[in-house]
Ligand binder design. Structure first.
Ligand code: EPU
Length: 348
């Protein structure tokens, strides 16, 4: 049976460590329980907004949430098929993402090792298309199983249906928001081909004296964990939600105008010819790296991360977000968009 918690403290449900409460949190452990939850919401909580959450690593609550939160406790990992080259896995949306990565590396299933230590859960990973160190969730997702929160019907989306882009999917669109992810089906490799597109990984492995033809997935996982720990704060010690902003993608003309003035500006040219500029660099140039504003601050090792220095409210963090955005807009003419979902307010 699903569980229902009224007046639910959200401290354990947001890695920013913001103290807020939700009117009600409903947790379910199967698709049938989710259907029962939806029927219950229809009878008991009509008119209240409904929000599906994952591990809370990408959420900022600006105030108490007067609606109903749903959370998956579907924790199964099942091998559904194998060929010589691939293994197929069906993974519950409530599985902690990094537990899944660890399980894959231990079992010699390859393709997610570069995504080690990303906080959050498997369902949210498929919604957000999490990415790091040259890999994205979309590279290994085959299908996404969902239940519509509007009419409790089941829908399975193929990778193409999910319309994945950089930190983007169909599930983040107006129409897509109605679907709660229940399971994600992955296609992983049984043959290890290291993905060293991101120079930092190669540098760490070289430093450790591991020859490139002897690299294992466990080595890559250790290298990624090392890099992440050196740059990104541990939410248990310093509240944060990873990258607060998305890296802006601009047209070639904008990039050329900027690079003529800022010769050392890092950039990545995308397949479609547009250019991605690291928001962390833009923020650092504005003098924000390590700088506090009230009880919030820009992290001193990675300017893309906003942190709760202790006791910050969602509005304190939003004030910092807006101050940073305003300076970046003024200096570079670029409008940074938050990657974090801000609940209870709109970003202009
Ligand atoms: N940079 C600075 N100053 C900073 C931060 C970065 O100049 O304070 C420069 C770096 O020198 C480098 C470039 O920006 O040239 C890129 O930095 P980094 O490799 O740290 O990556 P990022 O673009 O800042 C993205 C993801 C991260 C992911 C890393 C590694 C987004 C929004 N963020 O950050 O994802 O771990 O790449 O692949 O795309 C997350 O989403 O929560 C997250 C941590």
């Amino acid at each position: 049976m699903f569980t229902e918690q009224y007046d639910c403290p959200l401290l354990a449900h947001n890695t920013f460590g913001v103290e807020a409460k939700a009117y009600c949190l409903l947790t379910y452990a199967s698709e049938d329980e989710l259907k029962a939850v939806l029927a219950h919401v229809g009878q008991q909580h009509t008119g209240r907004p409904l929000l599906h959450i994952g591990g809370g690593s990408n959420l900022l609550f600006l105030s108490d949430y007067e609606g109903v939160l749903l959370h998956s406790a579907i924790h199964t990992v099942e091998v559904t098929g194998q060929t010589e080259e691939h293994v197929f896995l069906r993974v519950g949306a409530g599985v902690v993402w990094d537990d899944f990565v660890e399980y894959c590396v231990e079992n010699h299933y390859y393709g997610v090792e570069n995504l080690s230590l990303i906080p959050g859960e498997v369902g949210a990973a498929a919604v957000q298309n999490i990415g790091a160190y040259g890999a994205e969730a979309k590279d290994v997702i085959e299908t996404v199983e969902t239940i519509s929160m509007e009419d409790a019907s089941k829908h399975v989306f193929t990778n193409a249906d999910c319309a994945y882009g950089y930190r983007k999917s169909f599930f983040k669109t107006g129409e897509g928001r109605q679907y709660a992810v229940t399971y994600v089906n992955f296609k992983l490799n049984r043959l290890f081909i290291p993905n060293m597109a991101y120079g930092g990984i190669r540098a760490v492995l070289e430093e450790k004296g591991i020859p490139s033809d002897e690299v294992t997935a466990a080595d890559v996982r250790r290298a990624v964990i090392g890099i992440r720990r050196s740059k990104l704060p541990d939410p248990c010690e310093l509240g944060n939600a990873g990258s607060f902003f998305m890296n802006p993608v601009v047209g070639r003309d904008v990039y050329e105008r900027l690079s003529a003035k800022w010769h050392d500006m890092p950039y990545y040219i995308l397949e479609n010819g547009q250019v991605k500029i690291p928001a962390g660099w833009l923020i650092e140039q504005c003098g924000w790296k390590g700088r506090p504003l009230g009880r919030a601050a820009v992290h001193d090792k990675q300017a893309l991360v906003l942190v709760n220095k202790g006791g910050a409210t969602g509005r304190d963090i939003l004030a910092l977000c807006e101050a940073v955005r305003s300076d970046v807009r003024q200096k570079f003419g670029i409008d940074l968009r938050p990657e974090v979902n801000i609940i209870g307010g709109m970003v202009k």
